[in-house]
Design a protein around this ligand. Structure first.
Ligand code: HEM
Ligand SMILES: *[C@@H]1O[C@H](CO)[C@@H](O)[C@H](O)[C@H]1NC(C)=O
Ligand SMILES: *[C@@H]1O[C@H](CO)[C@@H](O)[C@H](O)[C@H]1NC(C)=O
Length: 532
């Protein structure tokens, strides 16, 4: 792991203390009002040593119990504001979005080759252009038009899960599902080996850069830009990793793009964000931006959607009653020999409630993506300084017992009214963030998750796997650490409960040696007009 925080501290403390002393970084502005309450910072290091570095959201949630819904702490001279309440998140990040929509300036983004990434851009013209393009390809109406494509891939996912040997790797099919959908939307279809190699390398880049996104680590580099100039022995392999990151991002930005160009030249390109852009007149600057947008979308979409799908499967193993109720709902609303489709969605509110609960039960980006303030502000009598990093602690929101009684229990019915209607639209879920940085892929995520969940539940039962002695293998909800958390690989089994539907899926897969998704009117709008 890059910059494992404790490791970094252990190795870097002598240098840092010297720097702090030398640079006068400890001098603070005098604020006109008190900062929000929080733990007392230590000199130099602030609260850095008090953190659970693997799961800082747990520390922030615990602090919230002592200090309240909005807290302040300091990491190495940077002010962190942590919001532990959905109401306050909306008050500040939504209602005062003009002042809360930039990102922390993190020198390491560039160093690791992530300067192109939409999610890390400061608020400004480039970001607005990126978001405009995302909106054109991923907004609600367009996302619905991908349903046909999602269905084909969901069918394939179900067959793959049914046919897979029951081992820890079987869940890798969920990644293939999300990767192929997002690939189709951004680049269309690349030659077989190329898609795989793209996915693997994107993962590598993501792993390298994910640590850079951790605000606690970012604080360190922002506070001490000089760290990047320190000799390699201070940080072990970090520098080698950084240059690997830059190399990967250049490859990933350029290769698929060039391939789509070649496909356009020989007339084999399928409709996609990049293909539609390239087939229209454009200049080089636009081309660079489109490269950045395509890779950003791909990277932002893949691990998040995959994790959500795996959390769904995990919940289904652990809560068989929920699964049974969902299946009953499907069998009541959809003919026994037909697959549920978008037209059925309105009559399947419980499936939607399950998806909302998936994002609530284990928020997969527990601290969201950090925002930063572009102006001083005052909230509830507390001072919020310009340049502070603002994080919405989704973990704390999800564990708010006033909102979600018995919060650690997976219970979709909490999202339904007494007469069985859905309370809130999926895309308003706190898991998608807030304000002007809210996830632009949320409708697409909604559609791909809904289609996968409905298809899976309509065809098979998910259960505990059995070991070689026939004993059931217990499963616990355990997660990886990081910016985006995923369930640790877990054992489960899949069994067909509707052979008619299963048969249809197998037939469909045989007769379509299928050619990507069909040209969709809405996607061929000239997305690039948004640029420049
Ligand atoms: C369950 C799936 C997903 C979840 C939970 C999720 C969540 C998030 C969150 C929390 C943010 C940061 C919001 C903020 O700063 O307040 C974000 C940003 C973003 N997401 Fe998603 N996302 C998901 C799927 C996707 C997909 C499928 C795509 C694209 C295909 C996507 C594209 C993006 C982009 C480009 C950003 C950066 C926006 C910006 O910084 O302005 N996401 N997402
Ligand atoms: C942003 O901050 C400035 C300066 O404090 C203030 O005048 C302005 O009203 C704030 N904007 C919003 C949208 O809150
Ligand atoms: C068209 O170009 C792509 C990209 O170079 C290549 O993979 C594909 O095989 C070519 N197809 C034909 C029919 O020439």
């Amino acid at each position: 792991m890059l910059f494992e925080f404790t490791h970094l501290l252990a190795l870097g403390i002598p240098c840092i203390v010297a720097l702090v002393v030398a640079s006068g970084l400890t001098r603070r502005r005098i604020y006109p009002l008190p900062l929000p309450p929080g733990p007392r910072p230590l000199p130099f290091l602030g609260n850095a040593l008090q953190l659970d570095t693997k799961r800082p959201w747990l520390t922030y949630t615990a602090w919230g119990k002592s200090y309240g819904k909005i807290i302040h702490c300091r990491m190495l001279g940077i002010d962190l504001i942590i919001i532990n309440s959905e109401t306050i998140a909306r008050e500040l990040l939504d209602k005062r979005s003009a002042n809360y929509s930039t990102r922390p300036v993190i020198r390491t983004n560039e160093l690791v080759g992530m300067g192109f990434n939409t999610a890390l851009l400061p608020y400004g013209e480039t970001l607005r252009q990126h978001r405009k393009i995302f909106h054109q390809v991923l907004r609600a109406e367009v996302s619905v038009s991908y349903h046909e494509m999602c269905s084909r891939h969901a069918n394939e996912l179900v067959i793959n899960l049914l046919d897979a040997a029951s081992d820890l790797r079987q869940l890798e099919h969920t990644q293939a599902y999300t990767a192929s959908l997002i690939m189709a939307v951004t680049y269309g279809h690349l030659a077989d080996g190329h898609e795989e190699s793209f996915v693997t390398r994107t993962h590598e880049l993501f792993d390298i850069s994910i640590n850079v996104l951790s605000p606690e680590r970012a604080a360190m580099f922002t506070a001490f830009p000089i760290l990047e100039k320190l000799p390699f022995w201070c940080f072990g392999g970090a520098f080698a990793l950084m240059s690997r990151g830059r190399e990967l991002s250049q490859q990933l930005l350029n290769e698929p793009f060039s391939e789509v160009k070649a496909q356009i030249a020989n007339g084999t390109a399928s409709h996609s964000l990049v293909a539609d852009f390239l087939s229209e007149a454009h200049d080089d600057a636009d081309e660079d931006m489109m490269r950045d947008i395509a890779l950003s979308g791909y990277m932002a979409g893949i691990d998040t959607s995959t994790s959500a799908l795996q959390i769904f499967l995990l919940a289904m193993v652990l809560y068989p009653d929920v699964q049974a109720r969902a299946r009953t709902e499907i069998d009541r609303a959809v003919r026994h020999d037909r697959m549920p489709c978008l037209d059925d969605r309105a009559s399947l509110p419980y499936i939607d409630a399950i998806l909302r609960e998936v994002l609530r039960w284990y928020p997969l980006i527990p601290l969201g993506v950090p925002h930063a303030t572009s102006n001083d502000d005052v909230y509830g009598g507390y001072f919020i300084p310009k340049g502070a990093i603002v994080m919405v602690n989704q973990w704390a929101l999800s564990r708010d017992e006033d909102m979600f009684p018995d919060a650690s229990r997976f219970d979709p019915s909490r999202h339904l009214t007494a007469d069985g209607k859905l309370k809130d639209p999926f895309v308003n879920h706190f898991a998608f963030g807030h304000g002007r940085r809210i996830c632009p892929g949320r409708w697409f995520a909604e559609n791909s998750l809904w289609t996968a969940a409905a298809t899976i539940l309509a065809v098979m039962r998910i259960d505990h796997a059995k070991d070689s002695n026939g004993n059931r293998i217990e499963v616990k909800p355990e997660f990886t650490a990081g910016l985006v958390i995923q369930p640790q690989p877990f054992h489960c089994s899949f069994e067909s409960v509707n052979t008619v539907r299963e048969g249809h899926l197998r037939e469909m897969m045989e007769c379509t040696g299928w050619q990507g998704f069909e040209a969709s009117e809405s996607l061929s709008v000239s997305v690039w007009r948004g640029i420049g």
